[in-house]
Design a protein around this ligand. Sequence first.
Ligand code: PRX
Length: 630
Amino acid sequence: MRQISSFAKYHEEYKTSIEQPEAFWAEVAEYFAWGKKWDKVLEWNFTDANVKWYSGGTTNMSENCLDRHLEKHANKVALIWEPNDPKEASKSLTYRQLHTEVCKFANVLLGLGIKQGDRVCIYLPMIPEAAVAMLACTRIGAIHSVVFAGFSSTSISDRINDSQCSLLITADAVYRGDKKIDLKKIVDDALLLTPSIQKCIVFNHRNSAIDMKPGRDIWWSDLMANANPIHQVARFEAETPLFILYTSGSTGKPKGVLHTTAGYMVYAGYTFKNVFNYQMGEVFFCTADVGWVTGHTYLVYGPLLNGATSVMFEGTPSYPDHGRFWDVVDKHKVNIFYTAPTAIRSLQSQGEEIFKTKDLSTLRVLGSVGEPINEEAWHWYDKNVGKENCPIVDTWWQTETGGILISPIAGVTPLKPSFATLPLPGIQTVLMDEKGNEIAGNGTEGNLCIKFPWPGMARSVYGDHERFRQTYFSTYLGYYFTGDGCKRDEDGYYRITGRVDDVLNVSGHRIGTGEVEDAINQHDYIIESAVVGYPHDIKGQGIYAFVTLAGHASGDEHVRDVIRKTVTEKIGPFARPDKIQIVKHLPKTRSGKIMRRILRKIAEGATDNLGDTTTLLDPTVVDAIKAGAL
Ligand code: PRX
């Protein structure tokens, strides 16, 4: 794999990648195993949102992650699993063992009639079976749709129905910290509403008492007991759909972001190797859940494509105490550690004492992902975890981008706290002004767009290409619009300032304000709601809901409980509002639009300077809300 060894080389590589993108990405792709090489590296048209990479080529993701390492690295550890409870034993799977499990499970899927193009929903906790299921799907060309195992039954059924999955894979239950989550019970409720599901495979993780529906539910272990461990891969055309991952936007239901085989594979492999400067033999620990894109690209696919050892941690950073991440690093001799700023901030508040008994000397590179990292958290991370001796790569990217787009290259790019620094090779970042023009020069700020395709980019929204075009390619014609605001300083370094749309980032979870409002409004106590974000010390952003009540709703605390419960049921506990203010009226314009700008200011704690309120139907509404602000 091509690797960038110096800052001068980065600039050289970047220049080549812009001047000759096809030659550049063809060379990167040489590292991978292909059935047939591509005829055309790139075809694209951002106006119609059509992008194809490596047309005519055939390949297989699972083969690239597993089979091709068997000759030299069969006995190397592919996956280390660290359980929630430190008293339980950790597990590791070598490349050979993981390959065998994946081949068996691929045969299980085929035996159940799953074929290329079928959609398979995976609702599993952080256990090796999640990786096995993903790799088995991609092995046979089935499209996986992993749903984070913190989502509610309504969210699962919505996602299953949207992509018409025929199979669901889940587990009986899981512990997160000392909290038990009955996954199968949640699934049972979801499956009451999903006619497309034929079968449900259940992994017995915690020996929990569950209902198994005859004819539909089958134990993982029964299927695997006699499964054939030999499976010869078929290679698929480069643009064959690989997976769907649902993510929130400013409007409507979550979108099924669709990634395809070859481009995603090449980009995941290339960025993993280069951003983290991964060296053979190193242990990589990404704390993200497999239910999010970071878990897909940098826990499973990126590391395995590079023959790396990847740590999968089932637990939380605070169980049994706030030193758990560092125990995992110490125990498994982790070299590269990749986490979210929210985790850093929550640990930061616990002090530094805990580090005295942990050996973190194996660490070489630290990473941050999911939200802007504030300078204080950056320095705390640098000092206490990295011992001022590990580069911190602040990696900016999105579910839609498939892999990291803006980031330092570990050990190569000079760092600046809280800057994602520079675009990776192949990534043509631009800032746009309000009129839709590119902003030239440095020392500036605008909306972040990308003006040229990269292999890892999403290709569509599953089942709704027009929505894909509208969402990402219609704000600025000819550009991919990220939804993020961004500064570019005098050195050309990028600093992401956050979303410029109605998407919140709460503890690194991406949540649409509209989604939370829809959930709240479903309760008959509620007439109307408006949800905005506000700065939160640990979560980055907190959720502030303003609600108006129907006549029969009474008891403010009771109403708040009901709202929190409703959101938990409709979306999941992570989307529960932190603050709920009951108001008589929401501030509206004469045409009836809620003025969120004002609510955002109030939620942020502003008492004056709320901006122009002259277009409001009734400006006194604002004073009443201000007076009751939480
Ligand atoms: O606002 C940006 C923020 O997270 C959004 C993407 O969220 P999601 O699709 O869930 O993917 C998260 C993991 C890649 C972006 O639009 N974001 C992500 N990484 C950073 C970030 N904001 C600032 N700095 C980052 N490093």
